[in-house]
Ligand binder design. Structure first.
Ligand code: 3PG
Ligand code: MG
Length: 394
């Protein structure tokens, strides 16, 4: 893979696709992990006198301008972290963006507005994406792929732009690929995968290939409920998609006995609030009017033991609603087990990365903290990420 170390950038206009899709809280950046992860490439490029244009998405605004998803607060945080001005023209390919790029000198940084304000960015139509990609590419001499978390998306800025111009990987993408490769070949076993989180639909079909690759798959978070339901257990008012129960049943059938481990107890409450009365119940005794919000202590201990005995661990998705103190223990136990064992450990995903930081873990105590959730999960299944496929081979 060619990287920014292999190309001349001085005085050139470099378009950097970053993943700055960070959580916001009342218009402020709640976790700046992905912005920080983008700094090595941006600092290097400005230091070498490139004219840097950063493009990124935020959330899923649905193809039209929606200022709740503006990158304005992200540009401000980036400027703070870089210690230099970031020009933010407030559009993507229009007059204001053109003018800001034209005015940028060596070492200057321009950040474009949320790419997903244009419906062409995520369009399934090649022509529509291609036209937008032409516009994005036109002021730039060179493309740098550094938005690892979005590289599994066949989007204009991720896939079509690099096909049109000299395109290399940034340092973040280089580091991600180097670390995640250790989970695709010559894996140190036992290989344990921990899956959780709330966005079950995005990750569910990973089970098919993970059953073939991992020795054990520990399932927590909302991800556990379709499986518990498939086992015939009553899941109360727990949140999950009923349509996934059949698929879960097939995965359980296909897996070796004990290969997929489900919670045996849960922390339940009538609703998703910190103040609600909560209790620990066995997984087969969830009250009809309550929902599971974390794995229980017995499950946490079992998961921790499996992680402790592992050679390699990949973890994507919190075990419960860790943002609320009564439901953080499961996620904390998994993090604790990962950082105290001898395994090569990888944490994948914006949410999971934010969870370990919020719970006070030091990122350096993990083998690798990936900025990509869906992207890292696809990578470790051996799938080709469109954004990587589009880069120039060295
Ligand atoms: C992420 O947050 O996982 C990446 O930024 C990709 O965002 P997406 O899932 O909305 O495509
Ligand atoms: Mg995501």
């Amino acid at each position: 893979m060619k990287t920014i170390g292999d190309v001349a950038v001085e005085g050139r206009c470099v378009l950097v696709r970053a993943d700055l899709n960070v959580p916001l809280d009342n218009g402020r950046v709640a976790d700046d992990g992905r912005i920080r992860a983008s700094l090595p490439t941006l600092t290097e490029l400005t230091g070498r006198g490139a004219r840097v244009v950063v493009c990124a998405h935020l959330g899923r605004p649905g193809g039209h301008e929606d200022l709740r998803y503006s990158l304005t607060p992200v540009a401000a945080r980036l400027a703070q972290l870089l210690g230099r001005e970031v020009s933010f023209p407030g559009d993507i390919t229009g007059q204001a963006a053109r003018a800001a790029i034209a005015a940028a000198g060596p070492g200057d940084v321009v950040m474009l507005e949320n790419l997903r304000f244009n419906q062409a960015e995520t369009s399934k139509d090649d022509m529509s994406r291609g036209y937008f990609a032409d516009e994005l590419a036109s002021p730039a001499d060179l493309y740098v792929a550094d938005g690892f978390g979005a590289m599994h998306r066949r989007h204009a800025s991720v896939y079509d732009v690099p096909l049109r111009m000299i395109s290399v990987a940034g340092y973040l993408v280089q580091a991600e690929v180097a670390a995640l490769r250790r989970l695709t070949a010559e894996i140190r076993r036992p290989y344990v995968v921990v899956l959780g989180g709330a966005t079950v639909a995005d990750k569910f079909d990973a089970f098919g290939s993970l059953i073939a690759r991992a020795d054990r798959i520990l399932v927590g978070g909302a991800m556990a409920f379709p499986f518990l339901a498939a086992r015939g257990l009553k899941t109360g008012t727990s949140l999950f998609e009923a349509s996934q129960v059949d698929a879960a049943a097939r995965y359980l059938e296909r897996a070796a006995p004990g290969q997929i481990e489900l919670p045996s107890d849960l922390v339940v409450a009538p609703g998703m609030t910190a103040g609600a009365p909560h209790q620990v119940v066995p997984a087969d005794a969830i009250p009809a009017d309550q929902m599971g919000l974390d794995i229980g202590p017995e499950s946490a201990a079992r998961f921790a033991a499996a992680i402790g005995a592992a050679g390699t661990v990949f973890w994507n998705g919190p075990m419960g609603v860790f943002e609320l103190a009564p439901y953080a223990a499961g996620t904390e136990a998994v993090g604790q087990a990962m950082t105290s064992g001898g395994a090569f450990t990888v944490v994948g995903g914006g949410d999971t990365g934010a969870a370990i930081r919020a719970l006070g873990f030091d990122e350096k105590t993990f083998g690798h903290v990936s900025t990509g959730g869906g992207a890292s999960l696809e990578f470790i299944q051996g799938r080709t990420l469109p954004g990587l496929a589009a880069l120039d081979a060295s």
